[in-house]
Structures are given as structure tokens and as C-alpha cells.
Write a protein that binds this ligand. Structure first.
Ligand SMILES: Cc1ncc(COP(=O)(O)O)c(C=O)c1O
Length: 394
């Protein structure tokens, strides 16, 4: 295509957009979309339809004509229900009028948090590997991601000493996302404590993506904001997509100090206006009456998790036992393939989609992410196909 007149000396794309690498996950989904008979362990999405009572609440709201914008902050009833939920689960008090913001998923909340607190050139600490958006949101906000390696021997937990070694005068925030995508790692409280102390002593903000908080198996999730003195310096992000199986409704939230929420709300008001009204109504129902559904889904994920981990280990792919989220992160080093080669060949030869670990950072090389939010029958068939594939590689 011809470039518009007068643009020949200048790129059409901004430097910030240009600096983003295309998501390593997207490419696989595009390839997958063109194939038939594929079992997908690729997408990080629950396989359940949103529980009926939640859908019904949203349908009823449409019948009643709730089709307008809501307050920029989100519906007051939802913010109140969220404040009640955070108090009940963590003992944390947030003022629903000034300290909570309803967003278009955690995705928007992440972007707003970065843009609200980062100045050009500020550095943000991020565990490697981690969810693909952390790095990109920092870059889009004009900041510099500083990756801190984690590894399987250390349970993919981030270490305070490794963070300390990378702090500079420009470090502004530490971005954590536990339970973690892609590894399924959960940070125990004792490992979070020294990180909180570091943040306090160096006056750093903590941005904590706790979207998988409800999906833990046999261990406790520690909310970062509950550590002494941390509520003030933590931007807590959470959502409805995973625990309530509500990915398409696009609702999430940020809970933080009023000054930070006010700054995030300014950006939100100019770019988004408000989260979808129907989704917000559904989220109220989820918070008020969704406990049984969450419990049932978590029990089911746990059964699938155990089958997946055992199956992968039996095949000879070393698999760290994930205690949270719905991902396994087996090592594929024994096949001598890179994680991209493994994922691509497995897809083409055996029609199983997994995501190369390298999509989540350099430390993800040598691993692939397998999501077990799919039926047991599909997991078993996928394991059989992976077994065939791996036996050919060895
Ligand atoms: C760690 C993590 N954070 C955030 C998101 C985005 O969630 P939402 O649907 O709330 O935008 C995802 C989605 O996969 C995720 O895995």
C-alpha cells in the first residue's frame, strides 16, 4: 500500500507501539483456527459456561432496561459488593466511593495502573516468565521492564534478593502476578514478606495481579495488600473472568489508595468511560451468590490438575507441581526441541495446542504451558497424543 503523502520519512507507527513484540500466543491461535480436530490446551480460559444464575441476572437486567452507561467508577452496588467481599476474604477495608474502580477486565486495570504511576524511563520489576501483558503495559506507559529470573528449582517464586539486586534509582514499582500464569506458582506469605519490606524501604509501589486468587489447590493465597503496611502501596487487581468463568463479560477491578484510583479513573473516563453495564450486573450476582459455583469449579480443576501433572510426568516430561491457576508448565528439554519447535510440531503432527514457554519470557524457554481448563476426556486424549509425539522425539 502507498504511504500517505508526506509520511515517507516518518514511520506510521509510534515508537511505543513499535517497541511491543507481537504476542507469541496469538500466532498459535491463528494457526490453530485454521485446523480441525485440535485439542486445545492453549487458551487460558475456563471451559465452563458462566453459571446460569449469573447469566439470568444479566438477562433480567436487560429486560428491565439497564442499557445505559454507569458511573465511571462502576455501579455503586457492585463497588459495595466488592468492598464487602474484600473485607470478608482478606479483612481489608476499601472505601467503595474512592478506593475501588471497576474496569474492563484485569487487562484494562493493568494498563491503567501502569499509565497512572509510571513516568517515562521509570523501571518496573517483573518476574520472568510471566503473563504477556505485564511487559507490554510497562512499555506502553513509557517505562522499562526489568525482568527478574525465576526457575523451576525455586518453584518459579520470585526472590526478594534477586529483586534487590536489580533495583536502581529509577525503579518505581514491582509487578507481581501470583497465582501465576504461565507456571501455576503460588507465592507463600513468607516469601512475600521480604519483598514487602524491600518495597517499604525503597519506597516502591506494588502492582499485584490476583486474578487467579480463588484458584488454589491445597495452599492458601496471600493477598499482597494484607501484609503489614502494604495496603497503601499496593494496587490490587482482580476480576471475574477466571473464578466465575466470565471471560467474555469483561469485568475486573482495581483497589488502591484514593489518589491512585483517582488518577486511574481519569484515564479510564477518557478512554473507556465505564465497564459494560450488563457485565457489572452479572458481577454483582457472582459476588453475592457465586460461592457454590466457584467451589465446584475449583474442585473440578483440581481433579484435572492431578491427572495432567501425573500424565506429563509418566510421559517423561518433568512437571513442577502447580498449586494455583489452571496451568501446568512441563519441561520439554528432554526432547531437545526449543519450546516453539515443540509447540509447532505437536500442533501439526498430533493436533494438540500448547503455548511455548518462551512467549512468557526468556526463562520460559525449555517449557510449554498446558492449560487444564478442559474436560478430563480431552485431557486424557491430549496426553495420549503428547506421549506419541514425545516418544518419536526421544
Ligand atoms: C495473569 C492474568 N492477568 C490478567 C488476565 C486478563 O484477564 P481479564 O479477562 O480480566 O482481562 C489474564 C488472562 O488470561 C491473566 O492470565
Amino acid at each position: 500500500m502507498d504511504k500517505p503523502a508526506g509520511t515517507d520519512k516518518r514511520s506510521l507507527i509510534s515508537q511505543r507501539a513499535d517497541a511491543l513484540s507481537p504476542s507469541g500466543i496469538r500466532r498459535f491461535f491463528d494457526l490453530l483456527a485454521s485446523m480441525e480436530g485440535v485439542i486445545s490446551l492453549g487458551v487460558g480460559e475456563p471451559d465452563y459456561t458462566t453459571p446460569w444464575h449469573i447469566r439470568e441476572a444479566a438477562i433480567y437486567s436487560l429486560e428491565k432496561g439497564y442499557t445505559m452507561y454507569t458511573s465511571n467508577l462502576g455501579m455503586p452496588q457492585l463497588r459495595q459488593a466488592l468492598a464487602t467481599d474484600l473485607k470478608a476474604r482478606y479483612g481489608l477495608e476499601y472505601d467503595p466511593d474512592t478506593e475501588l474502580l471497576i474496569t474492563v477486565g484485569v487487562s484494562e486495570a493493568l494498563d491503567l495502573a501502569m499509565r497512572a504511576v509510571i513516568n517515562p524511563g521509570d523501571e518496573v520489576i517483573i518476574p520472568d516468565p510471566s503473563y504477556v501483558s505485564y511487559n507490554s503495559c510497562v512499555i506502553l506507559a513509557g517505562g522499562l521492564p526489568v525482568m527478574v529470573p525465576t526457575n523451576e528449582q525455586g518453584g518459579f517464586e520470585i526472590d526478594a534478593a534477586d529483586i534487590a539486586a536489580r533495583l536502581t534509582d529509577k525503579t518505581r514499582a514491582i509487578m507481581l502476578g501470583y497465582p501465576a500464569n504461565p507456571t501455576g506458582a503460588v507465592m507463600p506469605r513468607r516469601k512475600l514478606e521480604p519483598i514487602a519490606e524491600l518495597a517499604a524501604s525503597r519506597n516502591l509501589l506494588l502492582i499485584s495481579d490476583e486474578i487467579y486468587a480463588r484458584l488454589v489447590y491445597g495452599v492458601e493465597h496471600t493477598c499482597l495488600a494484607t501484609l503489614p503496611g502494604m495496603q497503601k502501596r499496593t494496587i490490587l487487581l482482580g476480576g471475574f473472568s477466571k473464578a466465575y468463568s466470565m471471560t467474555g463479560w469483561r469485568v475486573g477491578y482495581a483497589a488502591a489508595d484514593a489518589e491512585i484510583i483517582a488518577a486511574m479513573t481519569k484515564i479510564h473516563q477518557y478512554t473507556i468511560m465505564c465497564a459494560p453495564t450488563m457485565g457489572q450486573v452479572a458481577a454483582i450476582e457472582a459476588l453475592q451468590d457465586g460461592e457454590d459455583s466457584v467451589r465446584e469449579m475449583v474442585e473440578d480443576y483440581n481433579r484435572r490438575r492431578l491427572v495432567m501433572v501425573k500424565g506429563l510426568c509418566d510421559i517423561g516430561l518433568d512437571c513442577f507441581e502447580p498449586k494455583g491457576a489452571f496451568y501446568t508448565f512441563p519441561s520439554i528439554r528432554s526432547t531437545s526441541l526449543t519450546s516453539e519447535e515443540f509447540a509447532e510440531k505437536l500442533l501439526v503432527e498430533e493436533k494438540v495446542a500448547v503455548v511455548p514457554g518462551s512467549a512468557f519470557g526468556e526463562c520460559g524457554e525449555g517449557y510449554v504451558r498446558c492449560c487444564y481448563a478442559t474436560s478430563l476426556a480431552e485431557i486424557e486424549e491430549a496426553l495420549e497424543r503428547i506421549r506419541r509425539f514425545v516418544s518419536r522425539c526421544k
